[in-house]
Design a protein around this ligand. Structure first.
Ligand code: ADP
Length: 329
Protein backbone atom coordinates (compact mmCIF):
# COMPACT_ATOMS: atom_id res chain seq x y z
CA UNK A 1 0.00 0.00 0.00
CA UNK A 2 1.33 3.42 -0.80
CA UNK A 3 1.54 5.64 2.25
CA UNK A 4 -1.33 8.05 2.33
CA UNK A 5 -0.41 11.67 2.60
CA UNK A 6 -0.95 13.49 5.85
CA UNK A 7 -4.34 15.09 5.75
CA UNK A 8 -4.88 13.46 2.36
CA UNK A 9 -8.21 12.08 3.57
CA UNK A 10 -10.62 11.37 0.76
CA UNK A 11 -8.82 13.38 -1.94
CA UNK A 12 -6.93 11.41 -4.57
CA UNK A 13 -3.22 12.25 -4.19
CA UNK A 14 -2.94 13.54 -7.77
CA UNK A 15 -4.90 16.73 -6.96
CA UNK A 16 -2.64 19.77 -7.07
CA UNK A 17 -5.39 21.89 -5.57
CA UNK A 18 -8.56 20.80 -3.86
CA UNK A 19 -11.16 22.58 -1.78
CA UNK A 20 -14.24 21.38 0.04
CA UNK A 21 -16.95 23.75 1.19
CA UNK A 22 -14.75 26.85 0.93
CA UNK A 23 -16.47 29.89 2.41
CA UNK A 24 -15.59 33.56 2.77
CA UNK A 25 -17.66 36.60 3.68
CA UNK A 26 -16.86 40.27 4.01
CA UNK A 27 -19.25 41.71 6.56
CA UNK A 28 -22.65 40.37 5.61
CA UNK A 29 -21.63 39.86 1.98
CA UNK A 30 -21.01 36.19 1.19
CA UNK A 31 -18.31 36.07 -1.47
CA UNK A 32 -17.62 32.32 -1.55
CA UNK A 33 -20.53 30.17 -0.45
CA UNK A 34 -19.22 26.61 -0.29
CA UNK A 35 -16.81 26.00 -3.17
CA UNK A 36 -15.62 22.49 -4.05
CA UNK A 37 -12.72 22.16 -6.47
CA UNK A 38 -10.51 19.30 -7.56
CA UNK A 39 -7.68 20.28 -9.88
CA UNK A 40 -5.40 17.51 -11.16
CA UNK A 41 -1.67 18.14 -11.23
CA UNK A 42 -0.32 19.32 -14.57
CA UNK A 43 -3.60 20.78 -15.78
CA UNK A 44 -4.90 24.28 -16.45
CA UNK A 45 -7.96 25.22 -14.49
CA UNK A 46 -9.87 28.41 -15.22
CA UNK A 47 -12.08 30.08 -12.66
CA UNK A 48 -14.36 32.19 -14.77
CA UNK A 49 -16.68 34.83 -13.46
CA UNK A 50 -17.82 38.40 -13.88
CA UNK A 51 -16.11 41.26 -12.07
CA UNK A 52 -16.65 40.94 -8.32
CA UNK A 53 -17.58 37.25 -8.46
CA UNK A 54 -14.92 36.28 -5.90
CA UNK A 55 -12.14 34.98 -8.16
CA UNK A 56 -9.36 36.99 -6.52
CA UNK A 57 -10.70 36.07 -3.10
CA UNK A 58 -10.36 32.39 -4.02
CA UNK A 59 -6.78 32.93 -5.25
CA UNK A 60 -5.88 34.85 -2.09
CA UNK A 61 -7.19 32.06 0.13
CA UNK A 62 -5.47 29.29 -1.84
CA UNK A 63 -2.20 31.20 -1.89
CA UNK A 64 -2.43 31.80 1.90
CA UNK A 65 -2.71 35.60 1.65
CA UNK A 66 -6.02 35.62 3.52
CA UNK A 67 -7.83 32.94 5.50
CA UNK A 68 -11.17 31.35 4.71
CA UNK A 69 -14.13 31.43 7.08
CA UNK A 70 -14.93 27.79 6.49
CA UNK A 71 -14.14 24.70 4.49
CA UNK A 72 -10.85 22.99 3.74
CA UNK A 73 -8.26 23.56 1.04
CA UNK A 74 -5.19 21.65 0.10
CA UNK A 75 -2.52 22.93 -2.23
CA UNK A 76 0.39 20.69 -3.26
CA UNK A 77 -0.65 18.28 -0.52
CA UNK A 78 -0.53 20.90 2.24
CA UNK A 79 -3.46 22.20 4.19
CA UNK A 80 -3.72 25.92 3.50
CA UNK A 81 -4.79 26.72 7.08
CA UNK A 82 -2.40 24.52 9.04
CA UNK A 83 0.60 24.34 6.72
CA UNK A 84 0.81 27.70 4.92
CA UNK A 85 4.60 27.53 4.64
CA UNK A 86 4.38 24.22 2.76
CA UNK A 87 1.88 25.81 0.38
CA UNK A 88 4.01 28.92 -0.13
CA UNK A 89 7.07 26.85 -0.96
CA UNK A 90 5.19 25.11 -3.77
CA UNK A 91 3.37 27.98 -5.43
CA UNK A 92 3.87 31.14 -7.41
CA UNK A 93 1.29 33.91 -7.67
CA UNK A 94 1.06 36.63 -10.25
CA UNK A 95 -1.66 38.90 -11.38
CA UNK A 96 -3.50 41.89 -10.14
CA UNK A 97 -1.28 42.31 -7.10
CA UNK A 98 1.94 42.40 -9.08
CA UNK A 99 5.27 42.05 -7.28
CA UNK A 100 7.14 44.19 -9.81
CA UNK A 101 8.91 47.22 -8.31
CA UNK A 102 8.88 49.97 -10.92
CA UNK A 103 11.74 51.95 -9.37
CA UNK A 104 14.37 49.29 -10.00
CA UNK A 105 15.33 47.52 -13.20
CA UNK A 106 13.87 44.25 -14.43
CA UNK A 107 17.14 42.53 -13.64
CA UNK A 108 17.22 43.96 -10.11
CA UNK A 109 13.65 42.77 -9.55
CA UNK A 110 14.74 39.28 -10.57
CA UNK A 111 17.87 39.32 -8.38
CA UNK A 112 15.79 40.48 -5.42
CA UNK A 113 13.52 37.50 -5.98
CA UNK A 114 16.52 35.17 -6.16
CA UNK A 115 17.68 36.60 -2.82
CA UNK A 116 14.27 35.99 -1.28
CA UNK A 117 14.56 32.38 -2.40
CA UNK A 118 18.02 32.14 -0.79
CA UNK A 119 19.80 31.38 -4.04
CA UNK A 120 23.55 32.02 -4.04
CA UNK A 121 24.73 35.14 -5.92
CA UNK A 122 25.97 32.97 -8.77
CA UNK A 123 22.79 30.91 -9.01
CA UNK A 124 20.71 34.06 -8.77
CA UNK A 125 22.56 35.68 -11.67
CA UNK A 126 22.29 32.53 -13.75
CA UNK A 127 18.55 32.03 -13.16
CA UNK A 128 17.93 35.73 -13.77
CA UNK A 129 19.76 35.69 -17.10
CA UNK A 130 17.96 32.52 -18.21
CA UNK A 131 14.51 33.75 -17.31
CA UNK A 132 15.01 37.24 -18.77
CA UNK A 133 16.11 35.58 -21.98
CA UNK A 134 13.19 33.16 -21.97
CA UNK A 135 10.69 35.98 -21.52
CA UNK A 136 12.29 38.19 -24.11
CA UNK A 137 13.38 40.82 -21.59
CA UNK A 138 17.16 40.71 -21.95
CA UNK A 139 17.29 43.92 -23.96
CA UNK A 140 15.38 45.91 -21.37
CA UNK A 141 16.92 44.17 -18.35
CA UNK A 142 18.85 47.30 -17.27
CA UNK A 143 15.91 49.70 -17.60
CA UNK A 144 13.60 50.63 -14.72
CA UNK A 145 10.52 48.39 -14.73
CA UNK A 146 8.32 51.50 -14.67
CA UNK A 147 9.29 52.10 -18.31
CA UNK A 148 8.00 48.65 -19.40
CA UNK A 149 4.80 48.14 -21.38
CA UNK A 150 1.92 46.27 -19.77
CA UNK A 151 2.87 43.05 -21.54
CA UNK A 152 6.54 43.38 -20.49
CA UNK A 153 5.54 43.95 -16.86
CA UNK A 154 3.37 40.84 -16.88
CA UNK A 155 6.20 38.82 -18.40
CA UNK A 156 8.60 40.12 -15.77
CA UNK A 157 6.07 39.28 -13.09
CA UNK A 158 5.83 35.67 -14.32
CA UNK A 159 9.61 35.44 -14.68
CA UNK A 160 9.94 36.59 -11.05
CA UNK A 161 7.45 33.93 -9.97
CA UNK A 162 9.46 31.24 -11.74
CA UNK A 163 12.65 32.04 -9.82
CA UNK A 164 11.30 29.85 -7.01
CA UNK A 165 10.57 27.02 -9.49
CA UNK A 166 6.95 26.59 -8.34
CA UNK A 167 4.94 23.50 -9.26
CA UNK A 168 1.65 25.38 -9.03
CA UNK A 169 1.07 28.84 -10.42
CA UNK A 170 -1.87 31.12 -9.74
CA UNK A 171 -2.46 33.62 -12.51
CA UNK A 172 -5.04 36.17 -11.50
CA UNK A 173 -6.43 37.74 -14.67
CA UNK A 174 -3.06 37.51 -16.44
CA UNK A 175 -4.18 39.25 -19.61
CA UNK A 176 -6.57 41.91 -18.32
CA UNK A 177 -5.59 45.20 -19.97
CA UNK A 178 -3.21 43.65 -22.48
CA UNK A 179 -3.47 44.28 -26.22
CA UNK A 180 -4.32 41.28 -28.43
CA UNK A 181 -0.70 40.57 -29.39
CA UNK A 182 0.52 40.60 -25.76
CA UNK A 183 -2.46 38.47 -24.81
CA UNK A 184 -1.51 35.85 -27.39
CA UNK A 185 2.09 36.00 -26.16
CA UNK A 186 0.89 35.38 -22.64
CA UNK A 187 -1.18 32.41 -23.79
CA UNK A 188 1.95 30.96 -25.37
CA UNK A 189 3.85 31.42 -22.11
CA UNK A 190 1.09 29.72 -20.13
CA UNK A 191 1.03 26.76 -22.54
CA UNK A 192 4.78 26.43 -22.22
CA UNK A 193 4.55 26.39 -18.43
CA UNK A 194 1.99 23.62 -18.56
CA UNK A 195 4.02 21.56 -21.00
CA UNK A 196 6.79 21.74 -18.37
CA UNK A 197 4.45 20.02 -15.88
CA UNK A 198 3.27 23.05 -13.92
CA UNK A 199 -0.34 23.24 -12.70
CA UNK A 200 -1.98 26.54 -13.58
CA UNK A 201 -4.90 28.04 -11.69
CA UNK A 202 -6.13 30.87 -13.88
CA UNK A 203 -8.82 33.42 -13.21
CA UNK A 204 -10.33 35.28 -16.09
CA UNK A 205 -13.30 37.31 -17.21
CA UNK A 206 -12.53 36.32 -20.80
CA UNK A 207 -14.41 33.35 -22.13
CA UNK A 208 -12.10 33.07 -25.09
CA UNK A 209 -9.13 32.76 -22.75
CA UNK A 210 -10.71 29.97 -20.72
CA UNK A 211 -11.71 28.25 -23.96
CA UNK A 212 -8.17 28.54 -25.35
CA UNK A 213 -6.20 27.46 -22.32
CA UNK A 214 -8.15 25.54 -19.76
CA UNK A 215 -8.58 21.80 -19.42
CA UNK A 216 -11.46 22.49 -17.07
CA UNK A 217 -13.49 25.60 -16.40
CA UNK A 218 -15.62 26.49 -13.40
CA UNK A 219 -18.07 29.36 -13.66
CA UNK A 220 -18.32 31.29 -10.41
CA UNK A 221 -21.54 33.15 -9.82
CA UNK A 222 -23.14 34.45 -6.68
CA UNK A 223 -20.60 32.70 -4.49
CA UNK A 224 -21.19 29.28 -5.98
CA UNK A 225 -19.83 27.19 -8.82
CA UNK A 226 -22.68 27.52 -11.32
CA UNK A 227 -21.18 24.93 -13.68
CA UNK A 228 -17.94 23.04 -14.14
CA UNK A 229 -16.48 21.03 -16.99
CA UNK A 230 -14.47 21.21 -20.16
CA UNK A 231 -15.37 24.05 -22.53
CA UNK A 232 -17.18 21.53 -24.71
CA UNK A 233 -19.15 20.12 -21.80
CA UNK A 234 -20.19 23.59 -20.73
CA UNK A 235 -21.30 24.49 -24.24
CA UNK A 236 -23.52 21.43 -24.30
CA UNK A 237 -25.36 22.64 -21.20
CA UNK A 238 -27.03 25.33 -23.23
CA UNK A 239 -29.76 24.54 -25.73
CA UNK A 240 -29.49 26.00 -29.20
CA UNK A 241 -27.00 23.63 -30.80
CA UNK A 242 -28.06 22.29 -34.17
CA UNK A 243 -26.96 20.65 -37.36
CA UNK A 244 -27.71 22.63 -40.50
CA UNK A 245 -28.27 21.00 -43.86
CA UNK A 246 -28.19 23.18 -46.94
CA UNK A 247 -29.43 22.23 -50.38
CA UNK A 248 -28.96 23.87 -53.75
CA UNK A 249 -31.64 21.91 -55.58
CA UNK A 250 -35.18 22.94 -54.45
CA UNK A 251 -36.57 19.49 -55.29
CA UNK A 252 -33.94 17.78 -53.12
CA UNK A 253 -34.70 20.28 -50.36
CA UNK A 254 -38.47 19.55 -50.55
CA UNK A 255 -37.81 15.82 -50.45
CA UNK A 256 -35.57 16.11 -47.43
CA UNK A 257 -37.98 18.46 -45.63
CA UNK A 258 -40.80 15.93 -46.11
CA UNK A 259 -38.63 13.07 -44.90
CA UNK A 260 -37.12 14.90 -41.93
CA UNK A 261 -40.30 16.14 -40.34
CA UNK A 262 -38.65 17.05 -37.02
CA UNK A 263 -36.28 19.49 -38.66
CA UNK A 264 -36.93 23.26 -38.64
CA UNK A 265 -37.34 24.53 -42.18
CA UNK A 266 -35.97 27.63 -43.79
CA UNK A 267 -37.59 27.50 -47.21
CA UNK A 268 -35.87 30.60 -48.46
CA UNK A 269 -32.37 29.44 -47.63
CA UNK A 270 -33.21 25.85 -48.61
CA UNK A 271 -31.89 24.72 -45.27
CA UNK A 272 -33.03 22.44 -42.49
CA UNK A 273 -31.97 22.63 -38.87
CA UNK A 274 -31.92 19.53 -36.72
CA UNK A 275 -31.57 20.17 -32.98
CA UNK A 276 -28.42 18.53 -31.63
CA UNK A 277 -26.06 18.80 -28.70
CA UNK A 278 -23.16 18.67 -31.15
CA UNK A 279 -21.69 15.52 -29.60
CA UNK A 280 -19.94 12.98 -31.78
CA UNK A 281 -22.45 10.30 -30.85
CA UNK A 282 -25.43 12.39 -31.87
CA UNK A 283 -23.76 13.53 -35.05
CA UNK A 284 -23.12 9.90 -36.00
CA UNK A 285 -26.72 8.88 -35.42
CA UNK A 286 -27.99 11.85 -37.42
CA UNK A 287 -25.66 10.98 -40.32
CA UNK A 288 -26.88 7.37 -40.19
CA UNK A 289 -30.46 8.60 -40.20
CA UNK A 290 -29.81 10.86 -43.22
CA UNK A 291 -28.14 7.97 -45.06
CA UNK A 292 -30.98 5.58 -44.43
CA UNK A 293 -33.51 8.23 -45.49
CA UNK A 294 -31.51 8.82 -48.70
CA UNK A 295 -31.01 12.51 -47.89
CA UNK A 296 -27.87 14.06 -49.31
CA UNK A 297 -27.31 17.71 -48.46
CA UNK A 298 -24.86 19.94 -50.33
CA UNK A 299 -23.51 21.32 -47.07
CA UNK A 300 -23.64 20.12 -43.49
CA UNK A 301 -22.50 22.29 -40.61
CA UNK A 302 -22.55 21.74 -36.86
CA UNK A 303 -23.47 24.71 -34.70
CA UNK A 304 -22.70 24.53 -31.00
CA UNK A 305 -23.43 27.42 -28.67
CA UNK A 306 -20.22 29.19 -27.74
CA UNK A 307 -18.89 29.86 -24.28
CA UNK A 308 -20.42 33.35 -24.37
CA UNK A 309 -23.89 31.79 -24.50
CA UNK A 310 -23.03 29.55 -21.56
CA UNK A 311 -21.52 32.34 -19.51
CA UNK A 312 -24.39 34.74 -20.01
CA UNK A 313 -26.97 32.03 -19.37
CA UNK A 314 -25.26 31.05 -16.12
CA UNK A 315 -24.30 34.44 -14.79
CA UNK A 316 -26.88 36.78 -16.27
CA UNK A 317 -29.96 37.66 -14.20
CA UNK A 318 -32.26 36.21 -16.85
CA UNK A 319 -30.51 32.86 -16.91
CA UNK A 320 -30.61 32.24 -13.19
CA UNK A 321 -34.24 32.38 -12.14
CA UNK A 322 -33.69 31.89 -8.41
CA UNK A 323 -30.66 34.11 -8.13
CA UNK A 324 -30.72 35.41 -4.56
CA UNK A 325 -29.66 39.03 -4.79
CA UNK A 326 -27.77 40.26 -1.77
CA UNK A 327 -29.01 43.59 -0.58
CA UNK A 328 -25.66 45.27 -1.02
CA UNK A 329 -25.15 48.88 0.07
P1 ADP B 1 -13.21 39.17 -8.65
O1 ADP B 1 -11.78 38.81 -8.50
O2 ADP B 1 -14.04 38.03 -9.16
O3 ADP B 1 -13.44 40.42 -9.44
P2 ADP B 1 -13.06 39.70 -5.79
O4 ADP B 1 -12.68 38.39 -5.19
O5 ADP B 1 -11.99 40.71 -5.95
O6 ADP B 1 -13.81 39.44 -7.18
O7 ADP B 1 -14.20 40.36 -4.93
C1 ADP B 1 -15.40 39.67 -4.62
C2 ADP B 1 -16.29 40.57 -3.78
O8 ADP B 1 -15.71 40.73 -2.50
C3 ADP B 1 -16.47 41.94 -4.34
O9 ADP B 1 -17.81 42.34 -4.12
C4 ADP B 1 -15.52 42.80 -3.54
O10 ADP B 1 -15.99 44.11 -3.44
C5 ADP B 1 -15.55 42.09 -2.20
N1 ADP B 1 -14.27 42.25 -1.48
C6 ADP B 1 -13.06 41.82 -1.89
N2 ADP B 1 -12.10 42.11 -0.99
C7 ADP B 1 -12.73 42.76 0.03
C8 ADP B 1 -12.28 43.34 1.28
N3 ADP B 1 -11.00 43.27 1.66
N4 ADP B 1 -13.22 43.92 2.05
C9 ADP B 1 -14.51 43.96 1.69
N5 ADP B 1 -15.00 43.45 0.54
C10 ADP B 1 -14.12 42.86 -0.28
Amino acid sequence: MPTSRRGGGTQPPSAAISTVGLRKSYGDKTVLDGIDLHIPAGSVFALLGPNGAGKTTAVKILSTLISADGGQSQVAGHDVATSPDGVRAAIGVTGQFSAVDGLITGEENMLLMADLHHLSKREGRQVTAELLERFDLTEVAKKPASTYSGGMKRRLDIAMTLVGNPRIIFLDEPTTGLDPRSRHNMWGIIRELVSGGVTVFLTTQHLEEADELADRIAVLNDGKIAAEGTAEELKRLIPGGHIRLRFTDPAAYQNAATTLREANRDDEALSLQIPSDGSQRELRSILDWLDSAGVEADELTVHTPDLDDVFFALTGPAGVPNQPKETAR
